[in-house]
Design a protein around this ligand. Sequence first.
Ligand code: B1M
Length: 209
Amino acid sequence: MADLNAISNAVKDGRKKIVEQLVKDALAEGVDASTILNDGLVKGMTELGELFKNGEVYVPEVLVAARAMKAGTSLIKPLLMAENVQSLGTVAIGTVEGDLHDIGKNLVAMMLEGTGFTVVDLGENVSPAAFVQAAKDGANIVAMSALLTTTMPMMATTIQALKDAGVREQVKVMIGGAPITQEYADQIGADGYSTDAASAAELAKKLIA
Ligand code: B1M
């Protein structure tokens, strides 16, 4: 029987090959992709985050775990994608300047694609100018992720850059990431905030309705 705890532990231990095998086994047994994602892969990374916070593991361990997590998510990505969906619009997504965390951003991008959006992934450490350019290039939504309290203010800087470039009114801005709150979104004038990848996709649909 599929062992989601084993997937979670293999992510925590950074065992890429084992993660891949366990995810393949779970899929073969018919476990749905979102259960593998949430109760296996994300759970492992969340638990590792606690160890990291308490100084029980360090950056190298977290990097190896991130690689294992990515290997697992890439296997379930095709299953999270909706088939033959007409594009609902274009979302330009990135992690803000100074911030290298991309796992959550990648999950949000995946869910957006699965919901039917065309996603332009700007990557991580994305400058305000790059977000502005994406808006000029026709994105309907600018989506920013930040995982560090020190990089959160870059979201406000980016919104200001959109205003300065005269493109703020032509896009919706949505934000998210572990330290972000609705209160912060309101404070910096973002159009929306969501806590996780699934609700981010719902939010994007609402924003362009
Ligand atoms: Co870093 N890191 N990290 N890290 N890291 C955190 C964020 C931290 C909370 C760990 C801790 O202390 N507990 C802490 C931040 C503290 C703070 O600011 N308050 C921290 C720190 C301090 C650092 C460094 C400064 C460490 C150092 O060098 N001393 C450094 C900074 C580097 C930088 O960015 N400049 C650093 C580095 C790294 C690694 C490179 C080793 C690695 C990143 C690898 C990668 O992403 N490719 C890493 C990791 C993996 C983490 C933790 C352990 C896990 C993050 C993660 O991927 N979570 C993290 C601890 C934690 O969060 N528990 C931590 C899983 C992911 C699925 O969740 O990203 O929250 P998350 O995304 C969710 C939601 O937030 C939401 O949906 C996602 C899916 O449900 N969401 C959105 C995210 N973006 C959204 C956008 C939306 C909507 C929803 O709309 C646009």
